[in-house]
Design a protein around this ligand. Structure first.
Ligand code: SF4
Length: 449
C-alpha cells in the first residue's frame, strides 16, 4: 500500500452525506419548530421525499442500519398504517400542494411491505403531492424476498429505479455475512423489474467483508456487470461492533487488513472501469449515459443521505422511524424507536426527536464540503463570497490542507483546493478540514479508506 495513503487511511472521518453530520444533531428538538420550517417552504421549489421501512426478514451480519426483524406481517402492516398517518400530518404542515422531484423508499427493506400496502401508501403520496414529469421514484429491494407480484406492482406504480444490495457473490463470504443470494436469484429479480418497466437498476457492492479476496470481488464485478446495472456503489465494510451488535457474528480474524482492503477497493474500481462504467465521486460508478454520469460531467452532482445523487432539491422530507430530513432551515431526524415514533404520530405530532437549525457558517461549510466531495475540487473563496463570508474565511482549514498538499494529495491556492488523482480516495479527510464541528467531536466514525 502507498505509505503516504497508509498514514492517512486509519483516520476516522465522517462520510459527509450531510454537514453538519448526524452525530451533531441536537436531542429533544421541538416538533413545532419543524412544523414552522415546513410551513415556510417555498411552494415553487420541488421537494424530495424519503420514506423509511425498517423491517427485514433476516439480519445480515454486516448490517449497520436501524432495522427490525419481521417474521410476521402484522407489525409491518401496523407500521404502514402509521406511515399513512405521518404522510397526512406532514402534508398538512406544508403551505400548499407541492411537487416532488425525487422519492426514495429506503430501509430496512421497503419491499417487506405487501404490494397492496405499498400501493396504498403511494396513493396517499399522490393524493397530497404532484410528481414532476421527470421525477425519479426509487425503491430499495432484496432479491431474496422480492416476489414476481411485488416486482409487477413496483412497475405498475411508476417506479423508475430499484436498488439491490448485492455485496459479494462468493458463497463463503455470503454465508459469513448471513446473506445467501446466488447470481441467478439476483438476475431473476433484475429481469422481473425490467420487464415490469423499471428502467434504472442500482447494485451496491462491498469490499472488506469476511473472507473476501481481490479475486472474489473481481468475479463479483464481472457477474454484476453482466446484468448491466446502470449504477454501482462500492462501499467499504465498516466494522463497528461496539455500535452494531450483529457485527459481532463476524470474527475479527476473518476480516481483511488495511492493505488488503485497499487492494480490493482498487481492483474492484479497475474492474468496473474495464466493464465500461464511469467513476463518480468517491464510491459510485455509472454507465456513461446514466443521469448520474451526466450530472457528474456537468458539475451538477449532489450528495445526500443516500450518497451521490442527481437530486437538486434543497428540501428532503423524511418520513418513517429514524428518517432524516433537510429543509433550508436545518436538519431533522425522526424518532428511532418504532413504538415511540408511532405514539407521536397517533398523538398528531410530527415525530421528530433531533434536529439542527443551520447557522450561517453551516450552510457555507456544507456547500464547500459537498462540492469537494462531488467534484474533487472546490473554490472555497468563491463560495464564501456568494455567502457574504469574509475573505480567507477558510484559513482554519489550512492545517490539514497544508499537510495533504505536502504529501502530494491535493493542490491549493487562495482557497482553491483540488485533489490529485492519488489523493482523491482521501477526499473525506480534505473535506474534514472545513468541518468546524470535528475538532470537538467525540463521535466515532469509520476509517477513511
Ligand atoms: S437487508 Fe439491508 S437493512 Fe436488512 S439486515 Fe440486510 S443489510 Fe441490514
Amino acid at each position: 500500500m502507498d505509505p503516504v495513503l497508509d498514514r492517512y487511511a486509519s483516520r476516522a472521518t465522517p462520510r459527509y452525506t450531510s454537514y453538519p453530520t448526524a452525530p451533531h444533531f441536537q436531542k429533544d428538538f421541538a416538533p413545532d419548530r419543524y412544523r414552522a420550517w415546513l410551513s415556510s417552504l417555498d411552494v415553487a421549489a420541488p421537494v424530495s421525499l424519503y420514506l423509511h421501512v425498517p423491517f427485514c426478514r433476516q439480519m445480515c451480519w454486516y448490517c449497520g442500519c436501524n432495522m427490525k426483524l419481521a417474521s410476521r406481517y402484522e407489525p409491518v402492516a401496523k407500521y404502514a398504517q402509521t406511515l399513512r398517518d405521518e404522510i397526512s400530518l406532514t402534508a398538512d404542515a406544508l403551505p400548499a400542494r407541492m411537487s416532488i422531484s425525487h422519492l426514495h423508499w429506503g430501509g430496512g427493506t421497503p419491499t417487506a411491505l405487501s404490494p397492496d400496502d405499498l400501493e396504498t401508501l403511494m396513493g396517499d403520496v399522490r393524493a397530497r403531492w404532484d410528481f414532476a414529469p421527470d421525477a425519479e421514484i426509487a425503491i430499495e429491494s432484496d432479491p431474496r424476498t422480492l416476489t414476481p407480484e411485488m416486482a409487477q406492482r413496483i412497475g405498475y406504480l411508476g417506479f423508475t429505479r430499484a436498488s439491490f444490495g448485492v455485496q459479494e457473490f462468493d458463497m463463503r463470504v455470503q454465508k459469513a455475512i448471513n446473506r445467501v443470494q446466488p447470481p441467478a436469484m439476483v438476475r431473476a429479480s433484475v429481469e422481473q423489474l425490467r420487464a415490469a418497466g423499471v428502467s434504472g437498476i442500482n447494485f451496491d457492492l462491498i469490499y472488506g467483508l469476511p473472507y473476501q479476496t481481490v479475486e472474489s470481488l473481481i468475479e463479483t464485478v464481472k457477474l454484476s456487470a453482466a446484468m448491466r446495472p446502470d449504477r454501482v456503489a462500492l462501499f467499504g465494510y465498516a466494522h463497528v461492533p461496539w455500535m452494531a451488535k450483529n457485527q459481532r457474528m463476524i470474527p475479527d480474524g476473518s476480516l481483511p487488513g488495511a492493505e488488503e482492503r485497499a487492494a480490493q477497493a482498487g481492483a474492484a474500481a479497475e474492474a468496473l472501469l474495464a466493464q465500461g462504467y464511469i467513476a463518480i465521486g468517491l464510491d459510485h460508478f455509472a454507465l456513461p449515459d446514466d443521469a448520474l454520469a451526466i450530472a457528474a460531467r456537468k458539475g451538477q452532482l449532489r450528495r445526500n443521505f443516500q450518497g451521490y445523487t442527481t437530486d437538486q432539491a434543497e428540501t428532503m422530507i423524511g418520513m418513517g422511524a429514524t428518517s432524516i430530513g433537510r429543509t433550508p432551515s436545518g436538519y431533522v431526524q425522526n424518532i428511532t424507536e418504532t413504538g415511540a415514533w408511532s405514539r407521536a404520530v397517533k398523538a398528531g405530532e410530527l415525530p421528530v426527536s433531533k434536529g439542527l437549525p443551520f447557522v450561517f457558517d453551516d450552510r457555507l461549510r456544507s456547500d464547500v464540503i459537498e462540492r469537494l466531495m462531488c467534484d474533487g475540487h472546490v473554490d472555497a473563496g468563491a463560495i464564501g463570497r456568494t455567502h457574504g463570508a469574509p475573505e480567507s474565511w477558510w484559513a482554519d482549514a489550512l492545517g490539514i490542507l497544508d499537510e495533504m498538499e505536502a504529501d502530494g494529495l491535493l493542490t491549493q491556492s487562495q482557497g482553491k483546493v483540488r485533489m490529485t488523482q492519488r489523493g482523491f480516495p482521501l477526499v473525506r479527510i480534505a473535506a474534514s478540514a472545513f468541518d468546524a464541528y470535528l475538532k470537538d467531536s467525540t463521535a466515532r466514525h469509520s476509517v477513511a479508506v
